[in-house]
Design a protein around this ligand. Structure first.
Ligand SMILES: Nc1ncnc2c1ncn2[C@@H]1O[C@H](COP(=O)(O)OP(=O)(O)OP(=O)(O)O)[C@@H](O)[C@H]1O
Ligand SMILES: [Mg+2]
Length: 386
């Protein structure tokens, strides 16, 4: 069955629309925001950085205050005072960013709001006529708009980095669900590799998109990845036969000799196996061969690691994983490796995200939705046709 648009099955949209567990409005949050505004203005005044407040909003993680930029109010000036903001004024600055004519300051909320997947996804209207590759992975901190990861417009491959408990597996769950809810089995397939024996992925068992079930040993993983290189080369021949340059045009074409499903390789805890020399060599070689060539034929790698340091991740391999989704990391050093700059160590954990996507000028901050067990079960049941 080829859907015209929207979700792969209409029941999914209904499930999200009917969701009752959305976060509630609390009057005390408004009061907290007012207090933060006044404390922040006071602090800026004391530091002689005062400026006009243009906008204040509450995000799931922070109070977001946007001040008019001026000769004295600059990102550097605010960042220099970070520790005084905290110790003297009780303001924990998560991020300070420059926008045209604006300095945007995010101050951590004491009680973070858990963002549930259905409340975010109910306003997502994917177009799956020819399959969908643009995945909603977070809500942006700056304006609450959705943040998409797209192997078509961003880099073809992605690295997810974050210390233990930062929310890597939950982000992977978002990605898997996003693929499965917006593509038929003919349109997308998932190769799921997890050294942790799939403990975070039990709920996906039997999901028709997951090819060959969960892969939990190195041998099968290497074999499968190797086959992917062969498949890439085969696909190039088919593109040529059909006189198109990429999978997107091929799948739109009337009566091609063949249509390709998009292939997603989701590899959790990937650094763990990279400590085995044989695995590290094989994977680096395969990823190198896939490289950017994989984009045109619809192959995308998503690798997650706690610390993508040089000892587990050769530079060349890192360079091939062009999109960076960074959750809270251990220190500035890891942040510089994963994100290309400091700041990942200041993220709040539990799905608080900094995304550096190819094609986007700035680092985007956001919050990944949480996938409640019941929602996961219900969604997977619909996808399995139960
Ligand atoms: N987006 C989120 N929103 C709210 N809570 C979250 C979110 N992501 C993660 N959490 C909380 O943090 C816990 C750990 O998340 P997760 O298992 O994804 O971490 P991880 O980075 O994969 O850790 P590990 O490296 O140990 O596998 C979750 O069980 C959940 O309680
Ligand atoms: Mg995990």
């Amino acid at each position: 069955m080829t859907p015209q648009s929207g979700w792969v099955r209409p029941e999914i949209g209904q499930l999200f629309a009917d969701y009752q567990g959305a976060s509630k409005y609390h009057a005390e949050d408004d009061e907290w925001l007012r207090q933060i505004e006044s404390k922040c203005k006071g602090a800026l005044q004391q530091f002689q950085l005062q400026s006009k407040l243009l906008l204040k909003t509450l995000t799931p993680n922070a109070a977001l205050l946007k001040f008019q930029g001026s000769a004295n109010l600059t990102v550097d000036q605010v960042l220099k005072r970070r520790s005084e903001f905290l110790t003297t004024h009780g303001l924990n600055l998560i991020s300070v960013r420059a926008e045209p004519g604006v300095i945007s300051i995010a101050i951590a909320r004491p009680h973070r709001q858990v963002l549930q997947l259905p409340e975010v996804w109910k306003s997502w209207h994917p177009d799956c006529t020819h399959g969908n590759h643009d995945l909603l992975i977070a809500v942006k901190e700056e304006d609450s708009s959705p943040l998409f990861l797209s192997p078509r417009t961003n880099a073809p491959h992605t690295l997810i980095a974050g210390s233990t408990g930062s929310g890597k597996s939950v982000l992977m769950q978002n990605i898997i669900l996003g693929i499965a809810c917006t593509n038929t089995v003919e349109q997308a397939k998932i190769i799921l590799i997890d050294p942790k024996l799939g403990v975070d992925y039990f709920a996906f068992e039997g999901l028709p998109h997951i090819q060959g079930g969960l892969i939990d040993n190195q041998e099968t993983a290497i074999q499968t990845l190797n086959e992917l290189v062969g498949e890439m080369n085969r696909r190039y021949t088919v593109l040529k036969e059909n006189r198109v340059s990429n999978i997107f045009d091929l799948n739109k074409k009337p009566n091609p000799t063949e249509r390709f499903p998009f292939l997603w390789v989701i590899h959790d805890e990937f650094a763990e196996w990279m400590l085995t020399e044989e695995y590290a060599e094989a994977v680096s070689d395969i990823v190198g061969r896939l490289g950017v060539k994989a984009r045109a034929v619809g192959i995308s790698l998503v690798f997650a690691a706690q610390r993508p340091d040089a000892n587990v991740m050769p530079m060349q391999l890192r360079a091939n994983l062009g999109n960076r989704l960074v959750l809270r990391v251990d220190g500035e050093g890891t942040s510089e490796i994963a994100l290309g700059e400091k700041g990942g160590e200041r993220l709040l954990g539990k799905g608080h995200l900094a995304a550096k996507l190819e094609g986007e000028q700035d680092i985007l901050f956001g919050q990944v939705p949480f996938v409640e067990g019941v929602v996961l079960e219900q969604t997977v049941a619909i996808l399995k046709g139960i």
